[in-house]
Design a protein around this ligand. Sequence first.
Ligand SMILES: [Fe+2]
Length: 221
Amino acid sequence: MCINIVRFGSGGLISTTPNSILDTMGFELPELEYDYDALEPHIDAETMELHHSKHHAGYTSKLNAAIEGTELDGLGIEELMTGHFDNAAVRNNGGGYWNHEMFWKTMGPNGGGEPNGDLANAITDTFGSFDSMKEQFANAAMTRFGSGWAWLCVANGTLCICSTPNQDNPLMTGEGIPILGVDVWEHAYYKSYGPGRANYIQAWWNVVDWNMVATNYEGAI
Ligand SMILES: [Fe+2]
């Protein structure tokens, strides 16, 4: 498990949309850098479209509604998540906003394969092998009861794996700095895989953009 994270909210691993300038507009739904059908056959186009244009859009609008007109209006997303964990609307919708932005950015049509460089070395040092990391990560995703996420994180300079319920994430809980996460809510996979979460996770590895994960790792380390 990831423990004892020491860094909070000092800049994002991914580009977010802090509303300090556009505080009358709030957070905006990030555009995907690929088409809805670009991840087929591993993730189908209808799932991608609903996931982005309905689910992620919903978290975005509800987050804006939760902070509009309050003292929270104008804070960045990481500051909202880490500093207002007890605010259920901010926690759930802020997490949904941040988690999905990372999710989109760490997938792509040219994904799959294995990382190289420092990230590959760190995975081997920590888990023994790339396949062992995948096995532990998949186990975290499979044993997350109900809806949630599994994460590859950096904590105290070391890679670790954990999972969180609902739209929580390790930045909120202090467990680590996420560099890769998989959404295991049924809305992420049910159309193609039904209750077969294991098949979804196995297919999902084919769309992981390890170059982006390596960039996240460099930022976190
Ligand atoms: Fe989702």
